[in-house]
Design a protein around this ligand. Structure first.
Ligand code: ATP
Ligand code: MG
Length: 421
């Protein structure tokens, strides 16, 4: 019988905390056997603002997943987001150490280390150093230089850094539930594992995770990550706008948002004109609003469209900042709860002037029906990241204990950071 191991991911979001338990087999197949999905408390705009509330939300999510999987969770890969995230691209250069010019694994480790020589304020730390490609004696586009011959080895890396306190607080919350943090992973980078094909990355693509409190962006160019950031605005802001605009409670505004279709209603065969007309107003009393009057659907649409246009404008600015305006032939892939808004694809196409599609997780087996949604891309991506990470560890035959070089699961060794294009 093939041996089996377990992987666990926790996506700590502003509105939900999702834990997935997956069993993975020696043959590389992974199946999701447990899901824990609970509303989150104590998180605002992707950042822990109340430790106790966050711990109890994470615990509830873990318990639900454990019960379904029948597996006691000991460790997990954890997602991080928030406006404190920033990224930059950095180049490292070294001279190959061996006299015969053969590039060793140590040289690869050294050059990646060299790329990390960036100055960061005391209160920030490096979360990921992702090699984008190596250059051997001026020859670009080398994926793995170990074993090649050369004199000068260079690497292009994408470095993600974060506010230390935010990383530590998140890790602390998970650890307080009795679960070890295997690694803290930037959420859009994890999500990319589950929705982007290598063709998307080659063509150039922007991945947008529209969550409740944040919109995460990851831009891939020529096959690898080029820019990543988190905007402190998400789909809950649309709900807020509706609540304020119509002077109704948040809960009612949330229901109205989820029932909205942005594009004009299509006249299906057999539809009576009166039906469509009747649908053009919203009766607020249907949404539990006391003394609710009627509002025009077009007014609600305008509120939503105004906020979306502002959000996509910010995304457009990031694409521009990354120097990729008009260059992303792979277009935009949208995930997260915010992408479920009916008509958002057309709005994104119009605002971003890119091909747009909704991303669904690929290659999910196990509880596929339950998690086959843009809402679960990040926790599934975390599992795939974890699987890759473990394989990498096995490949270089380094004991996992040695990798635990510091607290909170942030590993400083090159091993975990390497080879995640
Ligand atoms: N069917 C739907 N139609 C429109 N919006 C939806 C729908 N379902 C969920 N949403 C919105 O998606 C948002 C939650 O998305 P998601 O679960 O991806 O966020 P999160 O991961 O908890 O937050 P974040 O990533 O910002 O920390 C909420 O604002 C919610 O209103
Ligand atoms: Mg999220």
């Amino acid at each position: 019988m093939p041996t089996q191991d377990y992987l666990v991911s926790i996506d700590v979001g502003t509105t939900k905390i999702c834990t997935l338990v997956a069993a993975y087999h020696e043959d590389g197949k992974m199946s999701v056997i447990g899901v824990g999905n609970v509303p989150s408390q104590g998180i605002r705009r992707g950042v822990v603002v109340n430790i106790e509330e966050t711990i109890s939300s994470i615990s509830a999510s873990l318990e639900e997943a454990e019960r379904m999987a029948g597996y006691p969770i000991q460790s997990a890969y954890v997602s991080i987001g928030g406006g404190h995230i920033s990224s930059l691209n950095s180049r490292g250069v070294i001279a190959v150490s061996r006299a015969d010019g053969e590039i060793s694994h140590e040289d690869v480790a050294r050059v990646i280390e060299a790329a990390q020589a960036i100055s960061l304020p005391m209160n920030r730390e490096i979360l990921h150093v992702l090699p984008r490609g190596f250059i051997v004696d001026g020859q670009e586009g080398v994926e793995n230089p170990a074993g090649m011959t050369g004199v000068r080895l260079e690497v292009e890396t994408h470095i993600v850094n974060a506010a230390s306190s935010s990383v530590r607080n998140l890790a602390k919350c998970v650890q307080q539930t009795g679960v070890e943090v295997e690694e803290v992973v930037l959420s859009p980078i994890a999500a990319a594992e589950a929705v982007l094909s290598s063709e998307d990355r080659e063509l150039g693509v922007v991945l947008l995770d529209i969550g409740g409190g944040t919109t995460d962006i990851a831009i891939f160019v020529e096959g690898s990550i080029w820019h990543s950031t988190v905007l402190p605005v998400g789909s809950n802001h649309i709900t807020n706008d509706i609540a304020i605009g119509l002077r109704i409670p948040f809960e009612a505004a949330e229901k109205i948002k989820k029932n909205t279709t942005l594009s004009m209603p299509t006249f299906e065969e057999g539809t009576l004109f009166e039906d469509v007309n009747r649908n053009n107003t919203i009766d607020l009393s249907h949404y539990g609003v006391e003394n609710g009057s009627q509002v025009l659907r077009s007014d609600v649409n305008s509120i939503i469209e105004a906020r979306l246009s502002e959000m996509f404008d910010m995304v457009g600015q990031e694409i521009k900042k990354a120097g990729q305006e008009g260059l992303l032939a792979g277009g935009c892939v949208m995930i997260g709860g915010g992408s479920l808004l009916s008509g958002i694809v057309d709005s994104a196409k119009e605002n971003l002037r890119l091909p747009v599609r909704i991303g669904k997780p690929r290659d999910v087996i196990g509880l596929a029906d339950e998690i086959n949604s843009p809402l679960y891309v990040t926790p599934i991506g975390l599992l795939l990241w974890g699987m890759k990470s473990r394989r990498q560890r096995e490949m270089v035959r380094v004991s996992p204990i040695q990798l635990w070089s510091n607290a909170f699961g942030k590993v400083r060794g090159w091993v975990k950071r390497s080879f995640f294009p």
